[in-house]
Design a protein around this ligand. Structure first.
Ligand code: FUB
Ligand code: ZN
Length: 646
């Protein structure tokens, strides 16, 4: 199954065009200015820890210093180079939509700078070049050298694909040559992988882009070698101490690094969530291309573990700040969780790779859930503020006073000391096109209702819709006969299809043969639905959340009273909820109002009392799509609402 090139799809959609315009008009210039230290921004550490870098980004300056164009020291995280690479990738996607000579010139300038920073032998990592050249490839448990290389490769593919300019790709390939000289099964080479997976996925993409087997082989090597020698990272540390290159004796947590076992033998999602999911995405890609059953079996099991036991209703993953990690099954606290924006993005990558192997609707159900909820919440609607951690519940006083919630920000910061999420947001949302359609032989899959035009070699298709604001999708098809499969989200009801008589609805897909000039209209309803969770999730017992269309809703105190925890809602009443279209947050915002009750007595200043029946007052509870929370000042917020028992 093939991804369709971005340039062949044009989004024309009220909801997504607004986001893509925001990326082009605001996010890309803003992020460049931040990476170039050209504007004053409040940089926050992502969690309470005095060791974490704050202050200006310095990301481009690090390249200038490495290239000898500027004086100074490396500043910031040792993986800061990846912020620049992700920015280039996002900027390239934006060029795919519309040419912009000045943006292209700016990217070219950055590419020249990167080439000037690259060493003659291909090595490229400003942290190690400036600070510890003697430790190149010798601290893999933490170094991120190959993680940064991975992001360089992905940026290079995007830029080459969109502009035809291969300069960055040449830089990336030269770096890969260097990596190949140092890593591999052969004697004398390093038989270990970077602590943070990413290059595996990037190399898989490069193989798809160039058709060169060696890139896939190298990706597969990094997956195969991980966990093969569980002492690899310990030995690395010992060797550095023995050779007096370092005195550090860090504790290596093999679960955090997914190196407790070879990936093909892993069955559950463990450790750092982004690492886990970048790895899972690459495992699926490699399994697909190499027809590796063992790797695929591991992917299936990890997928099941995440989506049935470890995923939030928003598509967020990672239940704890400690190690930014997965925890045990059904452990999904709503107010101390991590739910890093990058982790949900990585979940989309994993789901997408799994879908390319087997076209099951459940993969796109997760992609859609993450996209419309836990990923979009990562950026403010002004495009200049970003969440790293995406909570499902905010109690301001607790967030400010409880050190255990130091990572839970009540407002999106201007920028983060560890800025992995903002440019990751830009590159994913900026390339959302590629998730709408997929193609294999004469079959076209439509997985997302997003207004768009698709140009194929022998056909074109127009998807016209104002979804999720309206309940209709129209498709017009011109070209050679082709089987079309349209995913019908399971939360839609009263489906009506016009324009085609001979269709089947099987496994959540409508399938029919499209012929030249065909026009198909799909009408449906988006009822307000209440969701309950498995009672094993103790934080959600006696609670429900509300969804309509692809949006999970949340209550903000701004639209209600402060004590959101005192409201309760009844499943049976929720269907009487109403939807209003306003321009309160986005140009079009679908707000919801549902009947609720609020516990009102307890005026005495007492913490506890012997039980007496609660006095409740009839109320309305006003809700907004979760991804829009926190755009109107600091508020209390809740996704999971108390469920009224009758
Ligand atoms: O380590 C690089 C990135 O920084 C990770 O992917 C994020 O989780 C953050 O730790
Ligand atoms: Zn991140």
């Amino acid at each position: 199954m093939e991804e369709i090139e971005l340039q062949k799809i044009k989004i024309k959609d009220n909801f997504w065009s607004e986001y893509q315009n925001l990326i082009k008009g605001t996010i890309i210039p803003y992020q460049y200015a931040v990476l170039n230290d050209a504007i004053d921004v409040e940089v926050e550490a992502e969690r309470e820890d005095d060791q974490l870098p704050k202050g200006k980004s310095h990301a481009l300056e690090n390249f200038r210093i490495t290239a000898g164009l500027s004086k100074g020291e490396h500043f910031g995280w040792f993986f800061q180079d990846s912020d620049v690479y992700k920015w280039i990738e996002a900027a390239a996607y934006s060029l795919a939509k519309k040419r912009d000579d000045s943006l292209e010139e700016l990217i070219d300038e950055v590419v020249v700078l990167i080439s000037q920073a690259q060493e003659k032998d291909g090595y490229l990592n400003t942290y190690f070049q400036l600070r510890r050249p003697d430790l190149k490839y010798r601290q893999l448990y933490f170094s991120h050298e190959l993680y940064c290389a991975g992001h360089l490769i992905e940026a290079a593919i995007a830029y080459d694909q969109v502009t035809g300019k291969a300069d960055l790709l040449k830089i990336a390939m030269k770096f890969i040559d260097n990596i190949e000289r140092h890593f591999g099964d052969e004697d004398g080479k390093i038989q270990g992988a970077d602590g943070h997976q990413e290059i595996e996925l990037a190399l898989g993409r490069l193989y798809e882009y160039t058709g060169e087997e060696r890139y896939l082989k190298l990706a597969a090597f990094f997956i195969e070698v991980r966990g093969k020698d569980p002492l690899f990272y310990e030995k690395e540390i010992q060797r550095n101490i023995l050779e007096e290159l370092s005195t550090e004796r860090p504790h290596v947590n093999l679960y955090y690094l997914q190196a407790y076992e070879q990936p093909k033998l892993q069955r559950t999602a463990e450790g750092h969530a982004v690492r886990m999911l970048y790895m899972a995405a690459s495992m699926a890609k490699i399994a697909h291309h190499q027809k590796d059953e063992a790797l695929y079996e591991a992917c299936l099991s990890i997928w099941e573990n995440i989506t049935q036991k470890k995923m939030y209703i928003t598509g967020g993953v990672g239940s704890t700040v400690h190690g930014e990690a997965f925890t045990g099954d059904y452990d999904l606290p709503n107010d101390t969780m991590y739910c890093e924006t990058c982790a949900s993005i990585a979940l989309v990558y994993f789901a997408f790779e799994m879908y390319k192997i087997e076209q099951k609707a459940e993969y796109f159900e997760v992609i859609e859930r993450a996209l419309y909820n836990g990923i979009l919440s990562g950026a403010s609607v002004d495009g200049k503020h970003f969440f790293y951690v995406n909570p499902l519940e905010i109690q301001r006083a607790s967030c400010h006073n409880n050190p255990g919630k130091g990572h839970v920000k009540t407002q999106r910061p201007d920028w983060l000391g560890c800025a992995c999420c903002p440019p990751n947001f830009a590159r994913l949302i900026g390339s959302i096109e590629k998730y709408i359609y997929l193609e294999e032989a004469d079959t076209l899959w439509i997985n997302l209702f997003i207004g768009s035009e698709l140009l194929l070699s022998d056909a074109n298709l127009i998807q016209r819709t104002d979804y999720p604001f309206e309940n209709q999708v129209q498709l017009t098809y011109h070209g050679a006969h082709r089987t079309i499969k349209i995913r019908i989200p399971d939360y839609l009801t009263n489906l009506q299809i016009q324009g085609v008589n001979d269709y089947q609805l099987v496994d959540k897909y409508i399938t029919f043969v499209a012929v030249d000039g065909m026009s198909v209209t799909i009408n449906f309803e988006q009822p307000i639905l209440s969701i309950t969770s498995n009672p094993k999730v103790s934080s959600n017992v006696n609670k429900l959340s509300i969804q309509r269309g692809p949006f999970v809703y949340c209550a903000e105190s701004l639209d209600n009273e402060n004590e959101l925890q005192q409201y309760c809602v009844n499943e049976a009443d929720i269907v009487r909820g109403t939807i209003n279209e306003t321009s309160d947050i986005l140009e079009k915002t679908l707000k919801m109002t549902v009947p609720a009750k609020k516990i009102i007595e307890w005026s005495e200043e007492k913490l506890y009392r012997y039980h007496q029946p609660s006095l409740v007052e009839e109320k309305q509870l006003h809700l907004i799509p979760y991804h829009l929370w926190g755009n109107r000042g600091e508020v209390e917020m809740r996704v999971w609402l108390n469920r009224e028992s009758r």
